[in-house]
Design a protein around this ligand. Structure first.
Ligand SMILES: [Zn+2]
Length: 236
């Protein structure tokens, strides 16, 4: 498998398409285990697909994750429970890659904290840095370390997950009729951090929530109304 595909794919079998751009991924270590061929290395495990039926069954028994680097790393290293069957090189690669991702995120966070930063990365200059929220998040994180408050598992969110979470923040805000500032409340941030310790990275600022995210949600609502209207026309 080429390097361009992402280095974690050396340790995963590519399964069915999960969506327009991603595939399901099954851990080669887990496949080996279910094949009863624990002595194979990762490359040999891939070659073992010549015994189609056995390989297929092992894949089904092993289960799959989304073929996206964060999900694949999470399978190998685990939140609390790492994969017992992954090869040593898979673990080493996953650890190195996770560190690189975390370093990039930290760097991004520092840049966002600066006065000229923005929440969504370069190219989106309409929304200034959510420095108030970021400060609240940092305060909560510091406080948690100091008081040894129970902390959620530490798995970074993918960009796709962050987008879905943002949409859900908008819907939850509208549904429960919450003020937009609720996302910056330290007790709320503390609550979410109990589920995932890096939740603070994906909680939108109240400004982004009341601005871009709300607009996007309204646009989706309009489109759905439009579709329904058209369907009614064809039905009658
Ligand atoms: Zn595994």
């Amino acid at each position: 498998m080429g390097k361009s595909k992402g280095e974690m794919w050396q340790y995963f079998w590519q399964g069915a398409k999960a969506n327009s751009s991603q595939y399901r991924a099954t851990c080669l270590g887990c496949i080996r285990h279910h094949l009863g061929k624990v002595d194979l290395n990762d490359a040999e495990t891939v070659d073992f697909d010549s015994d189609e039926a056995a390989f297929k069954n092992a894949c089904i028994a092993a289960g799959s994750v989304l073929g996206e680097k964060n999900a694949m790393i999470a399978h190998i290293l685990g939140g609390e429970k790492p994969c017992r069957y992954a090869s040593n090189t898979a673990t080493v690669t996953a650890k190195a890659l996770r560190k690189r991702i975390q370093d990039t995120r930290k760097k991004g966070k520092r840049e966002r904290d600066g006065s000229s930063g923005d929440d969504e990365g370069p190219g989106d200059i309409s929304e200034p840095a959510p420095s108030k929220r970021r400060r609240a998040v940092d305060r909560v994180e510091k406080h948690q370390t100091k008081r040894k408050v129970f902390k959620g598992i530490s798995i970074p969110f993918s960009d796709e997950e962050e987008k879905t979470i943002h949409t859900q923040f908008t819907r939850a805000t509208i549904s429960a009729n919450l003020p937009f500032q609720w996302v910056e409340d330290p007790e709320i941030i503390k609550l979410f951090s109990m589920f995932r310790s890096c939740a603070g990275n994906v909680i939108p600022s109240s400004k982004v929530l009341a601005g871009r995210l709300l607009q996007e949600e309204e646009r989706v609502g309009e489109e759905q109304k439009e579709t329904l209207k058209n369907e009614n026309v064809t039905l009658t």
